[in-house]
Ligand binder design. Structure first.
Ligand code: HAM
Length: 417
């Protein structure tokens, strides 16, 4: 019996993981410079948290969650996103009492039972941030500056930031009504899903990629024409702030989000290089969510980056190569050299060796294959003379190094270009 990973769930192998690691490092360092701290949230939560948080009439909750009963009969869901969990943790640990604004980031796998295709997986990784406790537009700008900085650091620059405002508790309900009335007059042209959404979640129709629906939404009322004065001023200040920081963006008034908690600023970073799955990061404000989940009124904003999608846009990064390959001939050489190797590794030197008991030729072949910078050859003669041969694998030059001083001489040699 041969096992395979589940459809839509993939391994990230050496050769692919390096870009992911670099993205994670860049994100951590940028986020921490903006004063964000890491939070580790659980992989699973009670189902109700996501149903309430993300919205019962969203695709995620209606058809994409991995939900099961555990052995106690409790309804559990593998997290489809991180925001609801961060808000749950914020309320549970009363983080609002510790600081006026709580700035958190997280990374890890998310799970959605979507139809797998290029760039869309059932287990995928996100790196996300949430800033809880302020509705000031400066935070919207900072969060977007932070996202831009991470993408710049990893060299993903041919992307577009699209922003929109979805209104708030005052202006969204009347807009929703207007939208519903508009779609009602065009029901025949909408796809089956959207005919249903028209009742439950009319804003989602704006996001449908079916041709008929797109023709209808092209002429649909825009949320921007229905913003209240406060939302309009807020959106203007966000745009002004982005301009001041010279962060390029376009306003996309068709941009709605697949999760219900968004208010005011909503955004996506898109690319033309990945086909249909063109969003590499997305987020927005969710000024009502903390209260909705039982906490104090806490206007908040955040985003999540799609790690696989961003990594696929990054230049391939090579797996690190050994600094030195120890070609040890026979157990007599392995025994005294093992402590030396361990010590060198402790100092950060990347040391490789042969584990199959091959002869010199085979070991040299392996050193070559691994791309080692140097090979250190130690056999019977070298043990006797107390001097090993250090071979530069690029120019094939050889020198001798005293065995008793290896731990000092070798790092010195490696520091030279
Ligand atoms: P989201 O738009 O659902 O937002 O996901 C954010 C990003 O995760 C997407 O832009 C995409 O790059 C990636 N992504 C989503 N689904 C998949 C998938 N099936 N396969 C691969 N990548 C995927 C959220 O999750 C919100 N929690 C973001 C947020 C944080 N809003 C406020 N704070």
């Amino acid at each position: 019996m041969r096992f395979q990973s589940i459809r839509g769930v993939k391994d990230i192998l050496p050769g692919e993981i390096e870009a992911v690691q670099r993205l994670e490092q860049a994100a951590r360092s940028v986020f921490e410079s903006f004063g964000f701290s890491e939070i580790r949230i659980p992989i699973f939560e009670v189902t109700e948290l996501f149903a309430r948080g993300i919205g019962a009439a969203t695709d995620i909750v209606e058809k994409e969650m991995y939900t099961f009963e555990d052995r106690d009969g409790k309804k559990i869901t593998l997290r489809p996103e991180g925001t609801a969990s961060v808000v749950r943790a914020y309320i549970e640990h009363q983080l609002n009492l510790k600081a006026p604004v709580t700035k958190l980031y997280y990374l890890g796998p998310m799970f959605r039972h979507e139809r797998p295709q290029a760039g869309r997986f059932r287990q995928f990784y996100q790196i996300g941030v949430e800033a809880l406790g302020t509705d000031r537009p400066v935070m919207d700008v900072e969060v977007l500056a932070m996202l831009t900085a991470v993408l710049n650091q990893v060299g993903v620059t041919a992307v577009q930031l699209e922003i929109n405002s979805l209104g708030d508790a005052a202006c969204r309900p009347p807009y929703r009504k207007t939208l519903k009335a508009y779609f009602k007059t065009h029901l025949a042209q909408l796809c089956e899903d959207c005919r249903r959404r028209h009742e439950t979640n009319p804003m989602r129709i704006m996001d449908c990629k079916q041709e008929g629906c797109m023709a209808v939404t092209a002429k649909a009322p825009s949320p921007l024409d229905h913003l209240c004065g406060e939302c309009m001023a807020h959106f203007q200040q966000v745009k002004d702030g982005l301009n001041r920081l010279k962060i390029p963006f376009i306003v996309n008034e068709r941009l709605v989000r697949g999760l219900d908690y968004y208010t005011r600023t909503a955004f996506e970073v898109t690319t033309t290089k990945l086909g249909a799955q063109n969003a590499i990061a997305a987020g927005g404000r969710y000024d009502g969510l903390v209260e909705e989940l039982g906490g104090p009124p806490t206007p908040s904003i955040g985003f999540a980056m799609g790690v696989e999608r961003i990594a696929s846009l990054m230049e391939r990064i090579e797996t690190p190569k050994p600094d030195v390959f120890f070609a040890l001939l026979g157990e007599e050489a392995v025994r005294p050299m093992l402590p030396v190797i361990v010590r060198l590794r402790g100092e950060g030197v990347r040391v490789e060796m042969d584990y199959s008991g091959g002869g010199l030729k085979k070991q040299m072949g392996l050193a070559d294959k691994l791309g080692a910078r140097y090979t250190l050859i130690i056999g019977e003669n070298e043990l006797k003379s107390g001097k090993a041969i250090l071979r530069n694998m690029a120019d094939k030059s050889q020198t001798e190094l005293s065995l008793s001083e290896l731990t000092q001489l070798l790092p010195e040699r490696l520091r030279k270009p």
